[in-house]
Each structure stands twice: as C-alpha cells, then as structure tokens.
Design a protein around this ligand. Sequence first.
Ligand code: HEM
Length: 497
Amino acid sequence: MTTADPPAAATAGPQAGTQAGPQAGPQAGPQAGAFADPPSRPFVPWAPAPRERPAGTLAQLWLLARNPIETWSRAHYEKPILSGLSLLGHVTVVNDPAAIRRVFIENAGNYEKDALQLRVLRAGARPGAGDGLLVAGGEAWKRARRTLAPLFTPRRVAAFAPLMQMKAQARVEAWMRRRAGGVVEIDREMGRVAYEILSATLFSDALVEERAGFEREMGRLLESIGRIDPLDVLNAPQWLPRFNRREAETSRAWFEGAVERLVGARRAQMEADPARTPDDLLTALLRASDPETGAGLTPEEVAANLFTFIAAGHETTARALTWTLHLLARAPYWQERAREEARNAPDDPAEWLDALPCVRAVLEESMRLFPPVPHMSRAATAADVLAGLDIPAGSTIVVAPWLLHRHKTLWERPSAFMPERFLPGARERIERFAYLPFGAGPRVCIGATFAMQEAIVVLVTALRAVRFAPAQRHEPRPLLRITLRPDDRVPLIVTPA
Ligand code: HEM
C-alpha cells in the first residue's frame, strides 16, 4: 500500500484534467533551488478508459491483436483477483500483492512460463535455435541463469557508467548541433541512444555500421511477434499460416546473421590476440562458465543469449526513457527539480544510480504509469490457492504491471504522475509486490541494475544540457507490443537549459 486509500471521489480517473497543457513550457516551473511542494494538480497522462464489462469472445480476439491493454475492464483495476474462463482457458488476473508474492517467490516452482507467451516470444525462430534466458525453462534455465548472473553484478554494471555517459553526451550534443531549439522525435532518439549504449557495452561497437538495420529489424520483429495472433490464442496447429510469421522469420534471420558475424569475429580475435580482446559483455558471455560445473554455454546458447540481451535490453530501456521524457515535458515542476539535482550530481556517473533520489523517483514513477513490460504470465503446474481462490492445475496466471501499477486499492490517485511517492520517506511504504517493473523472484530481470543505471545516466546528461517541452497538444497513446510503446512519434521541443 502506498499511502492510505483515497476516497473514490478523490481518485483521478484516466481522463482527468492535466497540470499543464503543451503551451506551458518549463519556464512555468519554479526557479531552480526554490522547490515548493509538488503540484496539487499533477499531470494525468492519457490512458484508455477501462471497459465497463469484460470483452466478449470476438472482441477479445480483436483487442488482443490490436492492443491488449484495452481489454481490461473496470473490475480489473479494482479487484484483488479475478478468475474465469476465456479464450486462453482458465485465466486468473492477480493484483493482490500477497498472492503475487506466492506466484513469484513462495511457490515459484509451481508457476512456469506459459505456452502462449513462449509461442509469441519464439515466433519466427529457426527450429533448433537455442533458447535465451527469457524463454528457457527447467534445468537449462537454471544453468544459464547461474552462468550469466556474474555478467550483471553491480560492480560490472558500474564499470559501464562512463561509457554510458559518453554515448548519452554525444547524442545530446548532436541535438544541440542539429536542432538547437528545434523539434526532436524523442522516441527515435531514445531508441538510438539505447542502441549506442548497448552496442558499446555489449560488443564494443563492432556492429556500429549496422545501427539502421538493427533498429529497423527490431521494430519489425516486435511489431510482428508483439501482435498476438488469434491462431496462437486458439492454440491452432503450427503449420497453419500466421499473419505475423513471415516478417518475424525475416527479422530473426537478419539478427542471426549479425550475431553469427559478431561471435565469429570475436572468437577469432580471442584466439589470435587474447590480450587485446575487448572487456565487454560479449567477451564475458563467451568466457562464462557455470559456477557449479565449470561448463560453458553451447554456441547455440551464446547466440540465443546475445540476441536476448539485445532484444530485451534495447526496447525496454528506450521505452522507459521515452515515456519519462514525455512526462517530464508535461510536468515542468518535476523537470526543473530533476534538473537541479542532475546539475549537482557527483562527478563519477557510477555514483548516480544511488545518489539522485529525485531523478530516480521520476524514472520509477514513469515506469509505474508506463511499465515497459506491462504484462507477465505463468501456467500453474499443480493446483494452488491464491487470495482464497482455487487455482486449477494448467490454468494461466496473469500479473500485469499495467493493471497493478494503476490499481485503485494500491495507489492514491493512480492515474496521476506523482514522483513524490517514490522519494525517500514515501518509497519505503510502497508494497514490494505492488510495483513490479522488473518482475520478481528467480526470473526477475537480470538486466535491472544495468537498465536503471543506463536510464539515470541518460536522463542526467540530457537534463543538464537541455529543456524539454511538448511540440504538440496530442499525447502519445500506449500500445502493447510485448513492450509498451507510444502509438506514434513523440516530438519534443528541445532548447538549451
Ligand atoms: C527498463 C528496462 C527493462 C525492463 C522494464 C525490464 C523488464 C523485465 C521483466 C519484467 C522481466 C521478467 C519477465 C517475467 O518474469 O516474465 C525481465 C526479464 C529479463 N530481462 Fe529485462 N527489463 C529491462 C532491461 C533489460 C536489460 C538492459 C537486459 C539485458 C541487457 C534485460 C534482460 C532480461 C533477461 C535476459 C530476462 C529474463 C530473465 C530470466 O528469465 O531469468 N532486461 N525484464
């Protein structure tokens, strides 16, 4: 529970008024250093209105393919747990933090990744291609997780901070040169900076000339596999043609080629000149071994995990940054307050992750409203009881950060952008299992520290140099395609700070 539950009338609905329209630029905010209390009428970003009643069968199929976050009804935002028969069989949507703790921690062994999720995430993959960490299961997953964990320790991640700052700084300078005072499509720019950071930390820019192809194919892949095919929902035989299959295959083949070139070149370099091999995540991946058995990853596992890090690490962080800057552009108070903190940040960017409570609170509140991964699901292998409800074996459990983070009983004014809830003093009162941008339990995001550091470094670097204001009145609308992305470009006016 964040704070006391508000009376229903005090809870701002998705369509409630906003704090400032596009015309209110950052100059409307308070002067640096003079931060009064946060605004009493916070910005309320656009979100789809909950349906009054759950969608019928055909409507469900259509909405799942179009935008699954539109399927949620009012009850999903208000009840702790809802169960019923749907197209996916017996489905339980869980919003009760204690029940979520049971699914992810106490009885985690009973809840595996479900078949529909795996079908979607593997769509277009070649038969025989290895499984990356995201989709692996059972013993193979345990071994891979043990082997890969040392790649993402806080110490290793901190060592990447200067490189992250350098890439972010170069991006900001490019805005200043190209478009000082002009309009920047911030969604594209965040995609670009996330790629440049990933490319530098993961494979030392070995694919730098392939950025355009990379972004095109990643966009295509997510658009194709992220559209849930009705035939997959209905568990139709795999030989029946899916509308997304061919595009997914083409994009996967592009990535397989890129990964193969990358791994081949790096292995050759490691043999020819081990002393000058870059100390990046790719080298670490190739050298990684299971701490229990000493065994390394198979070539298929190396390729699949490299692809997984690219796919899971790029989009999510780029989306988190895009939504954060969209919100900051419309919430001048928080933009100024975060800028003030950014200007006074320690010199060493490795310290920023833990030293900047306001920047962090802004990012966390943004991922509450627009969780980059808005939907997680599991299959119950044996029967269980969650929040007093019988869960039959084989049924699907949905934990949707989109719903949980906007749930009426867990958050005060759930639709409003109020970073103050994440500031020290308030943050500690947030229930651990009411806020899950990175998931929880054994399958919690392995890249969470990396992503938080990257996002904070980019935000600090950008806020120090420039101000953001919306370039149009129209707000981007959230669209679920595995990640939560804006339905359109997000143009922001960028001026020197
Ligand atoms: C803001 C950025 C990110 C968000 C919001 C995010 C979110 C998540 C979530 C919610 C899960 C759990 C899914 C589930 O339980 O079903 C997950 C898993 C995963 N994430 Fe992230 N992620 C982010 C960045 C990254 C980065 C930067 C990497 C790697 C470079 C990464 C790699 C992975 C992997 C490999 C898994 C699977 C872990 C496992 O099953 O053992 N993610 N992520």
